[in-house]
Design a protein around this ligand. Structure first.
Ligand code: SF4
Ligand code: SF4
Length: 359
């Protein structure tokens, strides 16, 4: 690994041309690792790392948050959610604010906590906010299958599950962006494999490398992208071979599509993307919170000064937002990119705030 890393470093340094190279790291954990280990500062100035929409919390739309807030306003139920999600601002409130005002909201680490509660408390309606990309969806599927086996009638999920490849398609087709390479997410790819990214090198000539999360993994992956660019041989490569297989995890993928169907989904900052979400199949309608707790006329509004949309598309870096580190901080997040521990604004705030001259 040390030899490979040395070769990667010297290859990257030789790429010090005046030609700008924009590499998008899709995944929030890559963003965090890049900021934490100061990798941006190790690259020649023409190589520009930009953060993508790779954190499920950041891309949850205000529309979905507002819908969930409406449900808990109008129905007696207990809501389970992962921790970061409860801090995401909707139009007028957040789940955290509702919890502090007495709503029955519990932070959980697994959907099975919500399921177990529903089994033990048959007279209480239980709502689980299901969030995440291909990585977390298989667990939601297992929980829904169990809920069906137990014949529960008090358990519901609100699916905000999303698929990564359709969002990448939107980004490569966006004329404002000029992405020359993708560092593809490690955990998502452990489930879906490398094949779903092939349309990017094949149709758009853009290299893709599925990277691990250690600093050395990321540096080697950047060198792999640069090498593909240099020799004009775009393809999907796997750097994170210890975890990611080309075919992915077939059992996990089957689990997802046993229970979910592809559907359109709203992404914060990117808008609606066809076929980028997952909703329950009709067989599981009785667990679907959207069908069981419909709402009318949701008109979400965001702070007009919040630049999360541009940050999520890679059009702006977090410090270019007027609110960054002023009105918007991790203690008082205005937008979701500052909320999530994987969000790019949170990463810049934590690790790169004092080094802004290079950002
Ligand atoms: S779940 Fe994993 S792959 Fe997805 S954004 Fe988080 S760290 Fe990246
Ligand atoms: S600093 Fe805050 S308001 Fe600005 S883009 Fe980031 S999260 Fe949004």
């Amino acid at each position: 690994m040390i030899d490979t890393l040395q070769q990667a470093k010297s290859f990257i340094q030789k790429y010090n041309t005046h030609q700008p190279v924009n590499i998008m790291e899709v995944c929030g954990t890559h963003t965090m690792a890049i900021s934490r280990h100061g990798l941006r500062q190790l690259l020649p100035p023409n190589i520009n790392l930009i953060s993508g929409p790779g954190c499920p919390v950041c891309v949850t739309s205000a529309y979905d948050i507002d819908w969930i807030l409406e449900i808990i306003k109008n129905h007696e139920l207990k809501l389970f959610s992962f921790g970061d999600m409860i801090r995401v601002p909707g139009t007028e409130s957040s789940l955290l604010e509702q919890k502090s005002q007495g709503k029955d909201i519990t932070i959980c680490y697994s959907p099975t906590d919500a399921l177990n509660y529903a089994v033990k408390n048959p007279h209480k309606k239980v709502l689980f906010v299901a969030i995440g990309f291909e990585t977390t969806t298989p667990l939601s599927s297992v929980v829904i299958k169990r809920a069906a086996e137990y014949d529960l009638n008090n358990f519901f999920i609100f699916s905000t599950h999303k698929l990564v490849p359709p969002a990448l398609k939107l980004l490569v087709e966006d004329k404002q962006l000029n992405i020359n390479g993708f560092l593809c997410p490690g955990h998502v790819s452990a489930i879906i494999g490398s094949e779903p990214y092939n349309f990017i090198p094949e149709n758009y000539g853009i290299p893709c490398v599925i990277s691990g999360f250690e600093p050395a993994d990321i540096m080697i992956s950047i060198a792999m992208i640069l090498r593909q660019l240099k020799f004009n041989q775009p393809e999907t490569q796997i750097q994170y071979k210890s975890v990611v297989k080309p075919e992915g995890n077939l059992v996990a993928v089957k689990n997802i599509y046993d229970v979910f169907l592809k559907a359109d989904s709203r992404w914060r900052g990117l808008g609606p993307i066809a076929g980028s979400g997952l909703e329950l199949k009709p067989d599981y309608n009785r667990f679907d919170a959207k069908l069981n707790f419909p709402v009318k006329d949701i008109m979400p509004k965001q702070n007009p000064a919040c630049d999360c949309g541009n940050v999520l598309k890679g059009l702006k870096k977090p410090p270019e937002c007027k609110l960054f580190a002023k009105l918007c901080t991790p203690q008082n997040p205005v937008g979701p990119c500052m909320v999530s521990s994987e969000g790019s604004c949170a990463a810049y705030y934590r690790y790169e705030r004092f080094n802004l001259e290079r950002t």
